[in-house]
Design a protein around this ligand. Structure first.
Ligand code: ASP
Length: 324
C-alpha cells in the first residue's frame, strides 16, 4: 500500500504529480519534496513559497520542514528569504548529522552555498495584498490572524517508508522573525514509519501548545485509527485552550498511518484536504464539523474550479474609505 495526504485543496496538483512517483515505487521523500515544490512554485497561493504574503515589513519569510519517519532525520528552515524552494533546503539539512535547523541569514547562506535557486519571492500581487491590508487596518480593528494555509503532507511509499513535510509563509503581517508551528518537529509535523504521520495548519502559537502532530502519532501508536486520533487530539487541544485561556485559534490536521489509512480534523468548517492512495485514487475532501466528530465530503468540480478562480482573480488596489 502507498499513499499521501495533504492539507488544503492547493496541494492537489502537487499530490497528483507525486502519485505517479509513488505508483512507480519511488520514495516517499521524493513524493513529498516534489509535491510541496509544486505548491511553492505556484504564484497564486498566497501562503506558501513564491507569492506568499509578507511580514509587517513587507518581507516574505518562509518556514519549511522535512522529516524522515524511518531514520527520524529532520531538517528545517525558519524565516528564510529569497530562496525558491524552502522544502528542498529543509530536506538537504535533514541529511546532516547536526545543524539541522537553520534560521534567517544562516539558512540563506547555507542555501546559497549549496546552490539552491535564489529568487525574489515577493510578487506584485502580494504587494497589493499588503497594501490593501494596510488600508483595511487603518479603517477597522482587524483580528491579527484570520484563515490558515500551510501546506503539510505525509507520504507512505511502496517500500513502507514514511516522510512528512511542511512549507509556509506563516501569518500575514507577522512580526519580522516570527516563526509558527510549521517548521517544528512534533508541532507542524511528525512521522514514524512504524506508526504513521501527521501535519497541522492553523494558528501556530496554539498548535505548538499541544505539540499536535506528535500527539496524533502517539494516539495512533496506542491503536487509534488516524481519523479518531485527529479528532481526539484536535478537539481536546481546543477544549484545553478554551478552558485555560478563554479561546482557541483555528486548527486543522491531516494524518496517515503505515497501512495507508487516513484521517483529518478541523475546528473550522471550510477546511479541505487531498488524499491519494493506491486503491482510492486522488480525492479532495471538504470537512464539516459535527461537535467532536468530523464529516468529510468529496469536493465537486464546481467547488474545485471556484477555489482556483477565487485565488487567481484580478486584484483591485484599495483606497482609504473603500470597501473590500
Ligand atoms: N501554522 C502556520 C503558522 O502559524 C500558519 C498556517 O497554517 O497558515 O505559521
Amino acid at each position: 500500500m502507498w499513499g499521501m495526504i495533504a492539507t488544503w485543496r492547493m496541494a492537489l496538483e502537487g499530490v497528483e504529480q507525486s502519485r505517479t512517483l509513488l505508483a512507480n515505487h519511488q520514495s516517499a521523500g521524493d513524493a513529498i519534496e516534489e509535491a510541496i515544490k509544486a505548491v511553492e512554485d505556484f504564484p497564486y497561493y498566497k501562503s506558501v513559497g513564491y507569492g506568499g504574503l509578507p511580514n509587517e515589513e513587507m518581507e516574505v519569510e518562509l518556514d519549511a520542514a522535512y522529516m524522515d519517519g524511518t531514520s527520524f532525520d529532520f531538517g528545517a528552515v525558519c524565516a528564510l528569504k529569497d530562496v525558491a524552494n524552502p522544502i528542498s533546503v529543509a530536506r538537504k539539512l535533514s541529511k546532516q548529522a547536526v545543524n539541522n535547523v537553520l534560521v534567517d541569514q544562516g539558512a540563506k547562506a547555507y542555501a546559497q552555498k549549496e546552490g539552491f535557486e535564489q529568487k525574489e519571492m515577493l510578487t506584485d500581487r502580494a504587494k497589493i495584498h499588503y497594501h490593501n491590508r494596510l488600508v483595511d487596518m487603518k479603517q477597522e480593528q482587524l483580528v491579527p490572524y484570520a484563515g490558515h494555509d500551510t501546506v503539510g503532507m505525509v507520504a507512505l511509499d511502496a517500500h513502507g517508508q514514511m516522510v512528512a513535510g511542511t512549507s509556509t509563509s506563516g501569518l500575514f503581517m507577522k512580526k519580522k522573525g516570527r516563526v509558527g508551528d510549521s517548521p517544528f518537529i512534533g508541532s507542524g509535523l511528525y512521522v514514524d514509519s512504524q506508526i504513521g504521520g501527521a501535519s497541522a495548519t492553523g494558528l501556530g502559537e496554539d498548535i505548538m501548545k499541544g505539540i499536535l502532530s506528535y500527539e496524533i502519532v502517539r494516539l495512533m501508536k496506542e491503536g487509534k485509527h488516524p481519523q479518531e486520533a485527529c479528532e481526539i487530539a484536535t478537539f481536546s487541544l481546543e477544549q484545553e485552550l478554551i478552558a485555560r485561556r478563554g479561546q482557541a485559534g483555528d486548527i486543522s490536521v491531516v494524518a496517515m498511518d503505515h497501512q495507508g489509512r487516513w484521517g483529518s480534523a478541523s475546528t473550522i468548517d471550510n477546511f479541505s484536504f487531498v488524499v491519494t492512495t493506491e486503491t482510492e485514487g486522488t480525492v479532495v475532501y471538504r470537512t464539516k464539523r459535527d461537535g467532536q466528530r468530523m464529516e468529510h465530503s468529496v469536493a465537486d468540480q464546481e467547488w474545485l474550479d471556484r477555489y482556483l478562480a477565487d485565488r487567481m482573480q484580478p486584484l483591485v488596489v484599495r483606497k482609504e474609505g473603500e470597501d473590500e
